[in-house]
Unconditional design. Structure first.
Lengths: 159, 77
């Protein structure tokens, strides 16, 4: 059985920093973080390490709490695109092993392809914004983006 | 699930998990296209001065929580 104090000490900063990066307000971040840990404690008995790692499970709870926050309290009432979909741990591809695989997959790409993927899916830039940033034409970015996705797809199919 | 959705999910998880290998790749990409600050940008940054975001404002010297209600991330406003 997981100890609540140990869990809090291990994950509090991680959860709070993640939320703070989203809501950009320390007081709201603290409030949401408290709600995340309340949910964690409520659901702790149902945590099954065979279904997901502890980190994946807590990340899912943090994201779902953020979605609730955006739906009920955010000024614009919009859920950011990056976490607009509520996923269960069973649906999630997110685990530490997959991050390591993604790193390997990105290393297998050409530098420009890798940069486009990072800017598109980590920094959430549009292809037009990426074209301006890396100073190449929009049509060429579209071609490289498509090629990079195909290469990544092949990589993930073969692991 | 499509490759694009998987990538979005994984990069989002990276913001939480901070895998060191992936962090290095992301930093390298961001640094490759980092905009150089002009002289006027640098002087504007210097003019902004100390906005009070120091470890002393936080309990235990950690930059993660304000010590009291007077704290504001933009200093005395």
């Amino acid at each position: 059985m997981l100890e609540k104090t140990e869990l809090y000490n291990q994950f509090h900063n991680k959860v709070q920093n993640y939320i703070l990066a989203k809501v950009k307000n320390i007081f709201e971040a603290e409030d949401i973080c408290s709600k995340v840990f309340l949910r964690i404690y409520e659901k702790l008995d149902s945590f099954d390490e065979k279904r997901a790692s502890l980190s994946t499970w807590i990340f899912t709870i943090a994201n779902n709490t953020l979605i609730d926050y955006y739906r009920t309290r955010h000024v614009q009432g919009e859920v950011p695109e990056t976490f607009a979909t509520s996923e269960s741990v069973e649906e999630s591809v997110c685990n530490e092993e997959m991050l390591e695989t993604l790193a390997h997959a990105l290393e297998s790409l050409d530098m420009r392809e890798r940069d486009i993927i990072v800017f598109r899916y980590y920094n959430n830039l549009s292809l037009k914004e990426i074209a301006e940033k890396i100073d190449i034409s929009y049509s060429y970015v579209k071609i490289m983006h498509k090629k990079a996705l195909e290469n990544l797809k092949k990589y993930f199919e073969n692991v | 699930m499509g490759i694009e959705k998987n990538l979005k999910s994984l990069f989002e998880f990276q913001k939480f998990e901070k895998n060191s290998r992936l962090e290095k790749i992301i930093s390298e990409t961001e640094n490759r296209y980092a905009t150089n600050l002009s002289d006027s940008d640098v002087s504007n940054v210097a003019a902004a001065g100390d906005v009070g975001l120091t470890a002393e404002n936080f309990p235990d010297g950690k930059l993660d929580k304000p010590k009291n209600d007077k704290y504001h991330p933009l200093g005395n406003v």
